[in-house]
Design a protein around this ligand. Structure first.
Ligand SMILES: C[S@@+](CC[C@H](N)C(=O)[O-])C[C@H]1O[C@@H](n2cnc3c(N)ncnc32)[C@H](O)[C@@H]1O
Length: 259
């Protein structure tokens, strides 16, 4: 596992490092990062929150932590949080913010497909999502690593952008299927350093369109038992380039690692 190379991830890392400033500005415009350690409902949906009732002193790992809003929310609930991201620049921004919020967090730069800095069976909860799987070429390695670092009986929770959202062409007026749902990619783009409102640029980006059954089956194959599946949200935001109102926004899968 450790020696396997993922050239698409290396390219994505360069882009996420280059985009860290813009991503931090986008988080500033929402303002959630400053408040979510006091109010986790700013980050977690009503479907998720009931699963986070007893996190005091529990070990939680957030994979692909990005803006770290989930990390700060878990820390505010009293959990001992490890924040993992492939982009050191993203982690640097988050570490600065954690200092401002007076939160103690372990920040670790790692590829979610190769978590060799993290020990077997060391976490009570592994949480990942909000647009992470789309950057990962090896879903099997990603989820089996997630399961490996989880204690037996611990929760593995995936809360991802819904796969149905990834098939549309960029057209604000009507929904036009631009990508076959069953084509997982890789889709290669050359973008600038704005991840939300991207334009053509010199940064290579590789995306993967995992289907709903890919996510669920890979979790099952990673020695986890599915407890709940939710599809929720039905609006759409300005950065989304297709009028998807009425389609599910998120896919939430709650699972437990088998004893
Ligand atoms: C869209 S963010 C998702 C997290 C958070 N919900 C957010 O919106 O900021 C995507 C994050 O995943 C990270 N990422 C992408 N590929 C990764 C990989 N292979 N391993 C670890 N992190 C990765 C990126 O660096 C980025 O910080």
């Amino acid at each position: 596992m450790e020696n396997k190379s993922y050239p698409a991830h290396d390219a994505n890392k360069v882009r996420w490092n280059a985009s860290a400033n813009n991503w931090a500005l986008a988080a500033d415009s929402r303002g959630i990062w400053k408040e979510c350690h006091k109010d986790p409902s700013l980050v977690f949906s009503e479907q998720l929150l009931p699963h986070f009732k007893e996190l005091k002193d529990k070990k939680v790992c957030v994979l692909g932590s990005g803006d770290n809003e989930a990390v700060f929310a878990f820390a505010g609930m009293g959990a001992k949080v490890t924040s993992v991201d492939i982009s050191q620049k993203q982690l640097d921004v988050a570490a600065e913010r954690a200092k401002i919020l007076n939160l103690e967090i372990d920040f670790i730069q790692q590829d979610v497909a190769k978590l060799n800095k993290l020990e077997d069976e060391s976490f009570d909860l592994v949480y990942t999502g909000g647009h992470v799987a789309v950057w990962v070429s090896d879903l099997n390695a990603y989820y089996s690593e997630s399961s490996r670092i989880l204690k037996k009986g611990g929760h593995f929770i995936v809360d991802e952008y819904h796969p149905f959202r990834r098939v549309w062409e960029g057209s604000k007026e009507q929904l036009i299927v631009g990508y076959n749902y069953f084509n997982r990619g890789p889709f290669k783009f050359n973008y600038n350093d704005d991840v939300l409102y991207h334009k053509e640029g010199s940064l290579e980006s590789f995306e993967f369109h995992w289907t709903l059954s890919d996510i669920i089956n890979t979790m099952i194959q990673s020695n986890c038992s599915i407890q709940e599946v939710h599809e929720y949200g039905d609006g759409y935001e300005d950065w989304e380039m297709a009028p998807m109102k009425g389609l599910p926004e998120f896919l939430l899968v709650i699972s437990r690692k088998n004893a």
